[in-house]
Write a protein that binds this ligand. Structure first.
Ligand code: ATP
Ligand code: MG
Length: 812
């Protein structure tokens, strides 16, 4: 066996210069470079072809700042990492983060290096002018990057050294670096621990094989819609890799010299008639034609994918890359037997050493098309950390409340949640509220279907179900002179009286509205100023209005059906069937409860009680909103339908406005848009006052989406994002999840609602699964112990949640 000859591999940086805040580094032939870390401007799945085009034109501008012979080298480094759960303060949060522990995900780091090549034919001599020119170039590149949103960070010597060290050690995931021995063969570079690196050159320069038409992005079909993706999106689909570096090298060449060279090359090919030469002539002529018609920058370029993986996986990985490249019309080089040379030339600042056979001549325009343009979503910079999963399946911070406001994206926290039945609205709300609670938020829910009982048990909140023996009461007339200064307060009471009188489906005539408004105003004047009323409540209002409306009628000779009014409202007056509802002050202990569910499922078909109870609860919530200082949320599930009447517009407007002013939010959850759309004023007060829309799977509404899009102000780009919900190929190695689109202000993003098994059983709205939890609670007492034990048994059973729950119930 022949012994392998060992050679020391020198770090290809021979020096570093500092000047005026810049660090310039030299490669061994004297070329010098500056390095930036940048962030790609296009967020993955942003659905906007325009974003890719903007990236494209920004990059062309940057290249336009380079001098002839300068090289722009962009490296998109995909680092495979494993999610690490941080310790959390409560049980379900802990379960949530632990659920993702160890999950693989990708992080992208983008490095941009600008290199000035020295004249290789002359002896190297230091020319201060070159240096000054380079400095000016770097300044221009920096400004351009900044102006175009690349967030450039100009690296100083330590970061440069670190980056190069990481490149030569093929390691971006470890904090501590060690350069291991490696040996290069024709096809790959072997590393310790059975790891291998291979470099795939994108273009076979013997046989330039670019797709006929390149553009800034590629159109893919997702859910029957055209969806723009990165031309190089294949990078994100590579299986089993540990590190990928996508090298993009663009060297600005002298236009007139190159044109002359092209002509000479063409003549040479014409001289030898054979099919391959004919193709070469055609390619050259196409390029010449393009150059004649424009002043496009000419560049020499090189694109290659360096990949590191386990040796057993390398072939599969490379086959995947080759076949995906083929899909976009690019052929990988079959002759890249110079693996070590390619690797070395791709180290930052070394692009000048790329051999001529690894570069191909094209226009800057075409070269930039092949650049990777995407970044992955980042955590919102906020203390209000609400987690959902990103599209690859790891938690990412999506602040639904504070950051969007402070950054000017939204002006209120109100939310509108829409999705067909079973799409996961309540489940999503559970996941959201579990996290809201941790920030001390006061949560009040009006529900009609027991979707929040698990969460209420977990937080030991108050679960109030309506019954005649234990009614929910309020005194909506008990207000202060301060409250009266707001026009909407009086209007909200007119709405209440209107609902009592006409029912939720009725309407108040203009005259009736005016008379009630006047009567209410006089009623409060009688109490606060004239002191002719001793107590504010429905009973005294009823008596006062009886006399006052009669008087108004007589004085003005107007029509008002006082008999009907008095007769219907009598039910709520002393001795009436519902006299308890509006005459008793609310249960003051509700002020101290952080989590309250008002469950009114059992009155949802009651024409009188349902709307009135909904109103009463809203009123209680408003009182609480005013009294408590911290953040507050009022969630109205389908119950809002009870009050979906034009009469309620005033009340709803008042509710939304009060929420905004009182550090609160109103959240309306619904499966139908129809009732809201059908009333223009309701639409304005609910949708117009909610800056945040949370949309679950909308495929069901697909055929009539124009209308929904119109109402919700969703342009084509946002619609494209919405139709990716539950439609990406991203379920592998993940737990069950559903996706939600969260629009904050004018644009939104899609997140995964993926939770731990413990949360699943807490949030589930499936009756059988809820019953299973109840049985475990009977056995264990505390909710936490019950869930722990149930999940242990569930995992051991290997069954689906539903089958497991059925088994639990059948065994009892
Ligand atoms: N993100 C999710 N992950 C796992 N399972 C989910 C998720 N979302 C929903 N489900 C499952 O789907 C069921 C129905 O979801 P949910 O009750 O939230 O639907 P909904 O949109 O509120 O329907 P409805 O309009 O009928 O109230 C849940 O009980 C759960 O089993
Ligand atoms: Mg629901």
């Amino acid at each position: 066996m022949t012994k392998l000859k060992k050679q020391a591999f020198e770090l290809p940086i021979i020096g570093m210069d500092q000047f005026e805040g810049y660090s310039i580094f030299y490669q061994d032939e004297g070329d010098f470079s500056a390095m930036f870390e940048i962030t790609n401007t296009v967020e993955q799945y942003c659905a906007s072809a325009e974003s890719y085009e903007l990236f494209h034109s920004a990059m062309l501008k940057i290249i336009g700042n380079l001098k002839e012979g300068d090289i722009l080298q962009k490296q998109d480094i995909l680092i495979r990492k494993q999610y690490k759960a941080e310790p959390q303060s409560d049980f379900l949060s802990e379960c949530y983060h632990n659920h993702f522990e160890g999950r693989w995900y990708t992080e992208i780091k983008t490095i941009l290096t600008i290199t000035h090549q020295v004249n290789r034919s002359a002896l190297y001599s230091f020319d201060p002018k070159n240096f000054e020119d380079f400095k000016a170039t770097i300044q221009k590149v920096y400004s351009e990057l900044k102006a175009s949103g690349f967030k450039p960070d100009l690296y100083l010597s330590d970061s440069i050294r670190q980056t190069v060290l990481r490149e030569v050690s093929f390691s971006f995931d470890r904090a501590v670096l060690s350069i291991e021995n490696f040996h290069a063969t024709e096809k790959w570079i072997g590393l310790a621990k059975d790891r291998r690196v291979a470099v795939r050159s994108l273009i076979d320069t013997d046989n330039v094989d670019l797709p006929a038409q390149l553009s800034a992005c590629r159109i893919q079909n997702i859910n029957e819609r055209d969806f723009p993706v990165d031309l190089m999106s294949l990078l994100y689909s590579v299986p089993d890799y540990e590190l990928i570096i996508y090298n993009q090298i663009i060297e600005v060449v002298n236009r007139s010299k190159t044109k002359a060279k092209l002509e000479a090359k063409k003549r040479k090919h014409i001289g030898i008639p054979d099919p391959a030469n004919d193709y070469a002539v055609q390619d050259i002529e196409a390029l010449q034609k393009e150059l004649e018609n424009s002043n496009l920058t000419l560049v020499n370029s090189h694109f290659s994918i360096l990949v590191k993986t386990h040796k057993a996986k390398l072939e599969g990985v490379l086959n995947h890359i080759d076949s995906k490249l083929k899909d976009i019309g690019v052929k990988a080089s079959e002759t890249a037997y110079n693996q070590f040379e390619l690797f070395k030339a791709n180290i930052s600042g070394n692009a000048g050493s790329l051999k001529h056979y690894d570069r191909f001549l094209t226009t800057a325009n075409a070269a930039v098309c092949l650049m990777a343009k995407e970044r992955l979503p980042q955590d919102d910079p906020t203390d209000f950390k609400i987690y959902f999963a990103d599209r690859q399946g790891v938690p990412v911070v999506c602040d639904t409340n504070e950051y969007p406001r402070s950054s000017g994206r939204t002006t209120n926290r109100n939310k509108f949640v829409l999705g067909p039945s079973g799409s996961g609205k309540s489940f999503f709300m559970n996941a959201l509220l579990r996290q809201f609670y941790k920030y001390g938020m006061d949560i009040m829910l009006i529900d009609v279907g027991h979707s929040y009982s698990g969460l209420c048990d977990y937080y030991k909140g108050r679960y109030i179900t309506y019954s005649e023996d234990n009614p929910i009461t309020v005194n909506p007339f008990l207000i202060t002179p301060e409250d009266l200064k707001e026009e909407e307060k009086l209007q909200s009471l007119v709405s209440l009286v209107g609902i009592l009188w006409k029912g939720a489906d009725g309407t108040l005539k203009k005259l009736e509205d005016s008379i009630l408004t006047e009567t209410l105003r006089d009623y409060f004047t009688a109490y606060f100023e004239e002191k002719t009323i001793d107590q504010l409540c429905f009973n005294t209002f009823y008596e006062f209005s009886r006399d006052r409306i009669k008087q108004i009628k007589e004085e003005n000779q107007v029509d008002f059906d006082l008999h009907e009014y008095l007769y219907i409202l009598k039910t709520f007056y002393k001795g009436g069937q519902y006299d308890f509802l509006l005459n008793n002050t609310m249960d003051s202990s509700l002020f101290d409860e952080q989590f309250i569910v008002f469950e009114i499922d059992n009155v949802k078909d009651h024409p009188v009680l349902f709307p009135i109870l909904t109103l009463i609860i809203m009123d209680i919530s408003l009182q609480k909103m005013r009294k408590k200082k911290g953040p507050k949320a009022l969630i109205i599930e389908e119950a809002w339908k009870a009050i979906a009447s034009p009469m309620m517009v005033g009340y709803i407007q008042y509710l939304y406005k009060t929420c905004r002013k009182m550090y609160g939010e109103a959240v309306l959850v619904t499966q139908e848009l129809e009732d809201i759309i059908s009333s223009p004023t309701l639409k304005k007060s609910v949708i117009g006052n909610s800056d945040i829309f949370c949309l679950l799977d909308q495929s069901k509404f697909k055929d009539s989406y124009e209308e929904i899009a119109n109402v919700l102000g969703l342009n084509e780009t946002e619609q494209n994002k919405i139709f990716t919900i539950n439609n990406l190929d991203n379920t592998k190695d993940r737990g069950p999840f559903k996706e939600v689109y969260i629009k904050r202000g004018s644009s939104g993003e899609v997140y995964g609602v993926e939770v731990s098994a413990e949360e699943y059983f807490t949030f589930s709205t499936e009756r059988v699964e809820k019953e299973a939890i109840k049985l475990y609670m009977k056995m264990h007492g505390s909710f936490e112990d019950a869930v722990k034990s149930l999940v242990r048994d569930f995992k051991a059973s290997g069954l689906s949640p539903m089958d497991f729950a059925k088994q639990v119930i059948s065994k009892q």
